[in-house]
Design a protein around this ligand. Structure first.
Ligand code: ZN
Length: 278
């Protein structure tokens, strides 16, 4: 197995999402990430289903990895007000969980539901986030709003551009609320540069997610490419966020039927190589 030099500073900022190596259980992912010199593991709730918080913490602590994020909360949008309350309660539990496993932030995929104007849904999202601020502050867990590509605006996210996420941050005005910039979702946006600049000024650049956009894309969800295998100017976007004050984790988040079918250690080695090139 290829080991990367631990003194390489860029490796200290590399984190991998558990969904990226979905076939590996948490303990194996943590072991292998640490052995490859990766510094952080962002934990998807699906990866810890059925595990106690202390089991998760023990695995993470034994590996020496940090936890940039618990992924993912949100999904606030439903026409039924009681259901929206239930979803807010669910996010309260996720914030608590994030605090207990020392995750720095909870990523929010804010949700969307067909048949309601997106502007109304964004109002629900604002109400929901505002009602979680006390819990987030108490748990010292940041809330990172992740805009999703407009192809998901029907049922996954009513926040599709950095502009909408930034406006939400400005409306809420809370130091625990910021944005996750995922290159997959925002690379096409002509406002990318100006919005990253504004988010930097707001101290709201919380997370940076890496993968690539395959051409042509064969599946709307599970065909993300390894960095360098698509059309995104990853190096340019990375430079942009860093120039605007971002010094946090570079989180590799790849959902890919193709890569999940591969030997996961070989995939991880490729991730490390490509990361060092981008
Ligand atoms: Zn992401």
């Amino acid at each position: 197995m290829k080991l990367s030099a631990p003194e390489n500073p860029s490796m200290n900022r590399l984190a991998v999402h558990t969904i990226t190596t979905k076939p590996w259980p948490l303990a194996m992912a943590a072991d292998r990430f640490a052995a490859a010199g990766v510094g952080g593991i962002s934990i998807w709730i699906e990866a810890i289903a059925g595990m106690s918080n202390s089991e998760v913490s023990n695995i993470v602590q034994a590996s020496g990895l940090k936890v940039p994020a618990l992924v993912r909360g949100g999904f606030f949008c439903d026409p039924d007000a009681q259901e929206r309350m239930r979803r807010i309660d669910n996010n309260r539990r996720l914030i608590e969980l994030a605090g207990e496993i020392s995750a720095e932030m909870l990523v929010l995929v804010v949700g969307a539901t067909p048949g309601e104007p997106l502007a109304i849904q964004r109002g629900w999202v604002r109400d929901a986030i505002e009602s979680l601020l006390d819990e987030a502050s108490a748990a010292k867990v940041r809330l990172a709003i992740e805009p999703l590509h407009p192809m998901y605006s029907g049922d996954k996210s009513c926040i599709n551009r950095l502009t909408q996420a930034r406006i939400m941050c400005e409306a809420i005005q809370h130091p625990q609320v910021g944005v996750a910039v995922d290159v997959y979702h925002v690379w096409w946006d002509e406002a990318l540069e100006s919005e990253v600049q504004k988010l930097g000024e707001l101290n709201a650049l919380f997370a940076f997610h890496l993968c690539d956009w395959r051409v042509p894309t064969r599946d709307m969800l599970n065909d993300r490419a390894l960095m360098g295998d698509g059309c995104i100017d990853i190096r340019g976007i990375r430079k942009l966020v860093e120039q605007n004050g971002f010094s946090g984790w570079n989180e590799v988040e790849i959902f890919s039927e193709e890569h999940w079918a591969r030997d996961q250690q070989a995939f991880l080695n490729d991730i490390v190589d490509r990361y060092q090139q981008c």
